[in-house]
Design a protein around this ligand. Sequence first.
Ligand code: SF4
Length: 406
Amino acid sequence: MTTPLASTSRLKDVLSVYFHELDDAARTHSAPVAWCSSVGPVELLRALGYRVFFPENHSAMLGAARTANHYMTRAHALGYSPDSCSYLSSDVGAYLSGETALARYGIAEVPHPDVLVFNTNQCRDVRDWFDYYAREWDVPAIGITSFRCLDRIEQDHVDAIALQHERLVAPLEAIAGRRLDAPNLEETLRLSREGSGLWRAVLETATHRPSPLSFFEATIQMAPAVVLRGTEEACAYYRLLLAELQDRVSRKVAAVSGERFRIYWEGMPIWGKLRALSELFESLRTCVVASTYCNSWIFDALDPADPFRSMARSSLELFIVRAEQAKERYLEQMAGQYQVDGLLFHDCRTCPNNSNSRYGMPGRLRERLGLPVLSVDGDVNDLRCYSEEQSMTSIEGFVEQLAEAF
Ligand code: SF4
């Protein structure tokens, strides 16, 4: 079994400081607190001095701790369908139960926000989710209503979304009690761009054979790219992690010892089954080397010299918001770059937005790339939608198929 990444102990400290600063700001009102959707306009919020909480990260923690199913039914009883986003239902259910995944950091409750800021570039559900808390706590929920299913991104798309970013400034200034300072915004974008570049470099170490990093490790290592986007803390952490991975590359240390096959993971993680899946792939000497999910926090378009338009372009370039044609071009490029032997599509029951196996894409890519493709039914947090036995058998059969083909 491969030695765990040493950087992870530093990661725990970085996240602990982040959550405690948020908790302190919410309890003492020493700084305004915003909730932000995971690919929302965080740079704007940080430049205005907000401490920023990401409820999707909180839901992922509930999923990874396997407590999500315990909470979801509370939200279902409120009228949120069992088919609606299980991130939403587990987070709202935990709140209704008076519990939080932050308890592991000694924090009693999620930080209460002064404002909730969404971007529907990923789905409508983030808005429904934030609207729940806006009603519950009588705080504003504001945000960006995005174009979706874009193949090519045109200038008028960018201009329209940039304008929506600009229109957020006045209400966010009023809530924060301070004006937006242009150099602050530029510096936040610079840090965000640098952190994004470092995160890309971390993930791209997996282009090497053997790969020093697996998807299952990357889902843990991605936390700063999500919750600390636009901060020096994220950059510092990824410099450390990158150095460790580069050292692994130079010594040919593999994430999966005896790596035989390389797989691409398309779709959401199954948080409550990361360990089991990681162990299964390891036993099959198959490394999941890349994923759309972890790569979704790479924002190449961010440009401190053109903050609003570059934030808009970044938000529109996101994989999840694109049309099938653009997604297929991206997956083709990734399959080549990471030299994968096959693709696995996770059909996430409660997230149709991030499930790409429902409109024929796996078959088209199988034909176009000449690679075996497997679809697995599951869910990001709702483990009732996942059959361990069936999935394990399918994955084992898929790897056998790879062994016969190569
Ligand atoms: S992208 Fe999917 S998992 Fe994420 S908030 Fe939207 S519906 Fe939920």
